[in-house]
Design a protein around this ligand. Structure first.
Ligand SMILES: [Zn+2]
Length: 275
């Protein structure tokens, strides 16, 4: 699943390419979108903004039309100049939004919906997101309060709940816990305020590093080595079970959370389990 920062980068790229531009052509193979486009055509509308909201890309068009896409595992947005050859087969195309200068193409997006401002408010899972880690003026205290509203969740599960705090994915979840020295299976109720704050600042720091350092490529939280060939060489704990902790040499462990079946990785020494 694309991590929050890659969604954020995709939204920023789209915003720069088509934000403020007039749609000259819209094409889709998705019936639900085609039907809306037939009734209320997209062509002629201005792209007011493209933003990342949690794991969603939200494109707002003039005249109260909003396109929501979720990338999940397979989807991606590309931008091309008119006439430029696409990097993925036409068969994978789901949506084309053309402007005079740039063409935005969504490939294999598994979820795509048109909304109005009103229906978006009612849409489950969007619009009621917690504070966004990468947003300007991220409110860590609000995120902490949200997390504290779920005292019985394991912190490794709570950090992925986009309603509590928006933007972290499974890789960052493990990396942020390591950076803060917090065992991912600790219950939220066991965490002190200082530990919560250290999680929040680790989240901001690691996610920001992934936006400013590079424009793409694998997530990097560990900067000790410069070996891009193996993406896991750029991480502290994620996918490193059985390998030595980069700080203390202890074997990294991993386990699935029972509540969401996703796994967390941790160093048993740097991140002791305190209940
Ligand atoms: Zn360690």
């Amino acid at each position: 699943m694309p991590e929050g920062d890659s969604i954020w980068r995709a939204a920023r790229t789209l915003q720069r390419a088509i934000g403020g531009r007039v749609v000259t052509r819209f094409e889709t193979v998705l019936m639900n979108l085609a039907r809306v486009d037939e009734d209320t055509p997209l062509a002629g509308r201005t792209v007011e903004s493209v933003t990342a909201e949690g794991k969603w890309i939200v494109m707002r068009f003039s005249g109260d039309l909003i396109l929501l896409t979720h990338m999940l595992m397979s989807g991606s947005w590309h931008i091309y100049r008119p006439g430029e050859k696409w990097q993925r087969p036409r068969l994978d195309m789901r949506i084309v939004i053309e402007t005079a200068e740039w063409i935005a193409v969504a490939f294999r997006v598994p979820v795509a919906e048109f909304h109005t401002a009103e229906t978006l408010l009612r849409r489950k899972g969007v619009g009621n997101l917690g504070p966004k880690v990468l947003a300007e003026g991220f409110d860590a205290e609000e995120a902490i309060a949200n997390l504290r509203s779920q005292p019985d969740l394991e912190i490794g599960v709570a950090l992925l709940s986009q309603r509590l705090i928006a933007g972290l994915g499974n890789i960052f979840k493990s990396e942020v816990c390591f950076a803060a020295g917090i065992h991912p299976f600790r219950l939220v109720s066991s965490l002190s305020d200082a530990e919560m704050r250290s999680l929040m600042s680790a989240a901001v720091k690691l996610m920001k590093a992934n936006i400013t350092e590079r424009s793409g490529g694998p997530i990097r939280t560990y900067f000790g080595l410069r070996r891009d060939a193996d993406p896991e060489e750029n991480l502290w704990v994620y996918h490193r079970s059985g390998r030595p902790c980069r700080k203390c040499g202890t074997s990294i462990e991993w386990r699935r959370h029972s509540t969401d079946a996703r796994s967390s990785y941790w160093c048993p020494r740097c991140q002791p389990l305190v209940l």
